[in-house]
Design a protein around this ligand. Structure first.
Ligand SMILES: [Zn+2]
Length: 463
């Protein structure tokens, strides 16, 4: 599991900006603020787990970018106050979304028999390019011709596992990859829980709004209801540009490890990062679902979806824009009917993009940089295999079929009437949370930074 306590502030956050924000807030409240050096000291001593994100694996949030730019552009105090108010409201909303996510995470941790919660995301690619050397030796490599690899991570909150899948960009990073990863995680969980899955599934997934590809992931989540694998499935999309602590912290830990350790080969990289395997045996679930999808036009806006069967045993699809809006029913389900047959094995689309010659030149040049020559020999064998793969579509199919197993029929189904209360209504998520949120919304001064509140209670020794 990633560091539990670590809280990450957005990439490129400056400590001085946080301090200035604190001073502004205190002044507004007619409170005296502590000195800058004291502020930093308190941060270091009392909040060692509050860190600034060192990598930028997410594009910045549009709203934040625009508000920041507006604030920089004006000196007018009234305008500035207005913008600051908007920033505060925006940050508050983001925090509430995170709390909503935390509440689902907590449910799964506290009651594994009833809830399963997972979060899926990809790691910033540059970190895991191979071969990976440390110090001066890395300067002798041609950085443009490395084998680029990518890590897709899944945290399972109930089981407290963080599974990582390594690929070399041979597959597109799209909803097919997300769905295949979810399926692998569901199967792994059912095996670990002795052929059992809890009735409710929460999925927090990467937000790939581009190309409107979400409908495949939505269709797949709904299919899990049609197939009685779950009674209720929630799919929530992460907000672009805002940190998602647990999985981000997990990826940061990998990046830290790579700052201290070399990974000459794929094998070495896999053994370096715990619970990591190669992403293999994918199915083309997108193409399989396509003929069964109802046309849905507004599926990119809402951040939350849920699927369940109502008292008439009909599958219901609902959505809401944010954590505190009401669920609204979609005019139709995502799927027209249950897809028949099984999807085809997904052939890796990107082997032709590999610059094997460039990589080979790089490896030859690096021959004596490897800590032992077996690594160099590994590359020689691997490069010749890659050449075969690139040239031969039959070889590619063979590659795609390796470790391929269609897992959906292997997943256990929910037992009829296994709900102790006999209802098939969806469980309600933490109703107290909604109350709490509403209450907080009524408060005129919203404080989203606990540090400020904490620091206010500490007398400034310098004054
Ligand atoms: Zn934002």
């Amino acid at each position: 599991m990633p560091d539990k306590g670590v809280i990450l502030l957005a990439y490129k956050t400056r400590k001085i900006d946080i301090y200035n924000q604190y001073v502004d807030e205190e002044t507004e409240q007619m409170q005296r603020s502590v000195s800058k050096s004291n502020f930093y000291k308190i941060w270091q001593e009392k909040f060692p787990h509050l860190k600034i994100k060192q990598t930028n694996s997410f594009s910045k949030c549009n709203t934040c970018t625009k508000l920041d730019a507006q604030l920089q552009a004006t000196r007018d105090p009234i305008e500035r106050d207005e913008i600051k108010g908007l920033i505060k409201a925006h940050n508050y909303r983001q925090m509430m979304e995170r709390k909503y996510y935390y509440s689902k995470r907590t449910q799964a941790k506290e009651n594994k028999q009833r809830y399963m919660s997972i979060i899926i995301d990809g790691m910033d690619q540059m970190k895991t390019n191979l071969p990976h050397f440390l110090g001066r030796r890395s300067n002798d490599l041609d950085m443009a011709n490395l084998l680029s690899t990518h890590i897709q991570g899944v945290i399972n909150h109930g089981l407290e596992t963080f599974t990582k899948y390594l690929d070399m960009n041979e597959y597109a990073h799209d909803s097919n990859m997300v769905i295949n990863t979810i399926l692998k995680e569901l199967h792994g969980t059912s095996v670990q829980m002795s052929n059992f899955l809890p009735p409710t599934l929460y999925v927090q997934a990467d937000n790939c709004f581009r190309e409107n590809k979400n409908r495949y992931t939505l269709g797949f989540c709904e299919l899990l209801i049609w197939k009685n694998i779950f009674r209720e499935v929630h799919l929530s999309f992460l907000f672009v540009g805002h940190t998602h602590e647990d999985i981000d912290a997990g990826f940061s830990k990998i990046a830290d490890k790579l700052r201290r350790n070399e990974a000459g080969t794929i094998t070495r990289l896999l053994s370096l990062i715990p619970n990591t395997r190669q992403l293999r045996g994918l199915y083309d679930i997108k193409t399989w679902l396509t003929p069964y999808l109802n046309p849905v036009s507004h599926h990119t806006k809402p951040h939350h979806y849920r699927f369940y069967r109502n008292h008439e045993n009909r599958v219901i699809a609902e959505y809401k824009g944010s954590h505190n809006s009401h669920w609204k029913q979609l005019p139709s389900t995502i799927l027209k009917q249950i897809p028949t047959g099984i999807p085809k094995i997904l052939k890796p689309q990107n082997f032709h993009k590999l610059n094997i010659d460039g990589l080979e030149k790089n490896i030859d040049r690096a021959k004596f940089l490897f800590s032992d020559q077996t690594q160099f020999q590994w590359w020689k064998r691997f490069l010749s295999y890659l050449k075969d793969l690139k040239a031969d579509t039959d070889e590619q199919l063979k590659y795609a079929k390796e470790q391929a197993r269609w897992l959906l029929p292997l997943l256990p189904k929910q037992q009829e009437g296994s709900n102790s209360d006999g209802s098939t209504q969806p469980s309600r998520i933490d109703p107290e949370l909604h109350e709490m949120v509403d209450k907080e919304l009524d408060e005129p001064q919203v404080r989203n930074n606990l540090v400020f509140i904490f620091i206010r209670d500490i007398p400034d020794t310098k004054h």
